[in-house]
Design a protein around this ligand. Structure first.
Ligand code: C5P
Length: 222
């Protein structure tokens, strides 16, 4: 129906959102960080002690959660029931629990619905784990990003320590493999490469090279 949808999926810390953001800016598309939505849900669950074995509590929580992604000049603000939680959702505490919360069917159904609504009429770039397989199986372009485990851990470590988080490289590696494992083995929309996705391994590419690679793919399909 006229709009162009770009899905960018991959394991944790492969640089998906950096590429997605740059691409959206370049094309003047809307950028949607689907992981931020799962992180906001996780923060709500943690703050309200929602038990992952209590289906009714989960359902009630989902009904009480309203997430807005507000595009600002150089970042997207994440609002959880009107509160700016952009920084609060990036802590290790949230990262350690987000994959458990994201594996819950009811949570995924609610988020996927919102994500589909966001991309129904607009030109968008959305990054996540199941965008090309589940959220937009008919996306105009699907990119699956990978990078070596060492590169991923180093990037993540640099990101967290820059924010003042006290953490070891070992803890970062553990968290990445923990999330990758849960994300790719869960029953509901597990992380996997869509058959028609183009692989982008960015272990040895700088940001300009990655952007050029995806822009070229877009140009071929527009
Ligand atoms: O992208 P990010 O690493 O911030 O995502 C955090 C977590 O949210 C992932 O590890 C995964 O468990 C979950 N997620 C998901 N589906 C998506 C995006 C993120 O399950 N589309």
């Amino acid at each position: 129906n006229g709009n162009f949808v770009i899905a960018i999926d991959g394991f944790s810390s492969c640089g998906k959102s950096t590429v997605a953001k740059a691409l959206a800016k370049k094309l003047n598309f809307v950028f949607v960080d689907s992981g931020a939505m799962y992180r906001a849900v996780t923060l709500y669950f943690q703050r309200n002690n929602v038990s992952l074995s209590d289906d009714i509590a989960i359902q009630t929580a989902i009904e009480n959660i309203h997430i807005d992604l507000v595009p600002l000049v150089d970042k997207t603000q994440v609002l959880l029931n009107g509160e700016d939680v952009s920084d609060a959702i990036r802590t290790m505490e949230v990262s350690e629990y987000v994959s458990e919360v994201s594996a819950i069917k009811a949570v995924r159904h609610a988020m996927v619905k919102q994500q589909q609504a966001l991309g129904a009429k607009r030109n968008i770039v959305m990054d996540g784990r199941d965008i090309g397989t589940t959220v937009f199986p008919n996306a105009d372009l699907k990119v699956f990003m990978t990078a070596s485990p060492q590169v991923r851990a180093e990037r993540r470590f640099a990101e967290l320590t820059a924010k003042g988080e006290v953490i070891t490289m070992e803890e970062v590696k553990e968290n990445l493999s923990h999330r990758d494992h849960i994300d790719s083995t869960r029953e509901e929309s597990p992380l996997r490469q869509a058959d028609d996705a183009v692989v982008l391994d960015n272990s040895e590419l700088n940001q300009e090279e990655q952007l050029a690679f995806v822009v070229d793919l877009v140009n071929k399909r527009m």
